[in-house]
Design a protein around this ligand. Sequence first.
Ligand code: LAC
Length: 222
Amino acid sequence: MTEAVYFDLFGTLLELDGLGAACEQALPDRGAQLAATWRARQLEISWLRTAMRAFVDFDQVTGDALDAAVDELGLRRPLEGRKRLSRAFAELDLAPGAHDAVRELRADGVRTGVLTNAASGTLRTVLERTRLDAILDDALSVDAVAAFKPDPSVYRMATDASGLPAHRIEFVTANGWDAAGAGAFGLRVVWLRADPRARIPRVGAPVPRIATWRTLAEMLRS
Ligand code: LAC
């Protein structure tokens, strides 16, 4: 029986689809391109800053990534509504089925938590807005360790918070690179793989189990 389960936030509990729509409003016809470039730069900057030991919080990384993406797309005018758009990650919708799955697991007596790159303040706002705060025991932001995923210190927050060894903790993410990082640390990983063609990066991590929000609770029960 599962004792504790931690969830990734951006792209997992929250779906990234809304990012394209928000970008489309700011930049008609190129919203999808801006959203994809923005997310790619956001992750790249977080990995670089972690390797460089030059942590700033994820809000700052996200803003810098937006500016980098806009620059790359070669826009001549400043992006309209840049300030509002930079908050788009915090306003993403819950993934369908996510709330039900977390609630079901918690009702089974499983300890639940979120383990995310998100800055503490943003995380609090998101959990209140989505009402996840009522069904999550732990809200773990990387601010506490001043490093981003996949630094092992981030995944260690789950063992510290739960008091359980890594191999008795489930970690659920839709991000393949996050699945690799958590698996390499020793957590039991479930990958909510959105695209059947997606592959885990070849970094020597164990192969994760694959589920959907609909099948997750049942899988973790057995
Ligand atoms: C998170 C991003 C990386 O940690 O998905 O929420």
